[in-house]
Design a protein around this ligand. Sequence first.
Ligand code: TYM
Length: 336
Amino acid sequence: MQTILTGIRSNSVLTLGNYLGAMLPMVRLANKHSKDYNINIFVPDLHSIISDVDGDLRENIIRTIKYYLAAGLEINENVHIYRQSYVPAHSELCWILNCVATMGETSRMIQYKEKSKGQESCNVGIFDYPILMAADILLYDATYVPIGEDQFQHIELTRNLAMRFNNRFGEIFTVPAKTADQIKFMGVNEGIRIRDLLNPEKKMSKSTKAENSKIMLDDEPAKAAKKIMSATTDSLAKVKFDMFNQPGISNLLQIKSLISGTPLQDVISEWVGETRYGTLKQAVADGVAQTLTEFQAKMAEISDEQVYELLEKGEKYANEVANAKLLEVQKAFHLR
Ligand code: TYM
């Protein structure tokens, strides 16, 4: 059985960008495929500590898993939920892959360049981040890794490491699908990137300071609606999906499509040519407020015990699979 795998860090309450760009598509995919694929959903807690964590990491992790359940993730015996640091093979394989990866290819990673920019002493974890991510994926022979557009470069790096390793030692790793095939599998036209509401050229990010630039999943629905109403648009006064020239309007159309589960093309057809941006904003604001209201009500119904029970099962499974793969790798290097 092939594996679909993904993770979301839990450094703070998540943004609507994480939710619409990564979590919801993953949940829809998982529900569609969990009869014939392994579905691995894990919290990359070791990736969290490359930067500051808001609040208590352990509590954040439990909340993140509740998010998946509140987003509608259906649990069956093929769905595995675990924490990265509870499966030590991730760190071990990361070290081994460090000895396969080159400084050149790792230094080219855009996320590393962005995160280290202007920092006098950037920690090594920021640099090594994609190698640990490769370990997360390769340990489970994952074919599909649903993620947002900003992470595609890391998948390409993972593919290169897997191919290099296999060339040297034989077919030990499954090479994940190419980016184009990942996108096709996710059922979206292109990678999803929800934009910053005030600066729509940038992605919506939890680390952006300005409150009105991002919607957090625990925002009061009315407050979130106001943020949409004050989103930056443009002066062209004609709705068109054009991320390059009209990123603010295009972002609103994208959000509208994702919250309603309507294909983007249909949303575009419905709104194209509209000259009053206020009407579109109002429709998106109402949709976002309703989504948050329903989501927050579901969150309140999920108990910590429910989450711990899932983790116990998931971590037993993950350790078995990951340790078996790690042993193959250790044997290849004559460590065993
Ligand atoms: P993280 O927590 O930084 O991001 C989690 C996911 O959210 C997506 N994302 C967005 N999507 C659309 N619009 C946005 N504004 C937006 N902001 C964030 C990211 O693309 C990502 O999919 N490195 C991963 C975590 C990870 C992982 C892995 C994922 C670690 N190991 C192995 C898959 C497989 C990350 O970016 O986390």
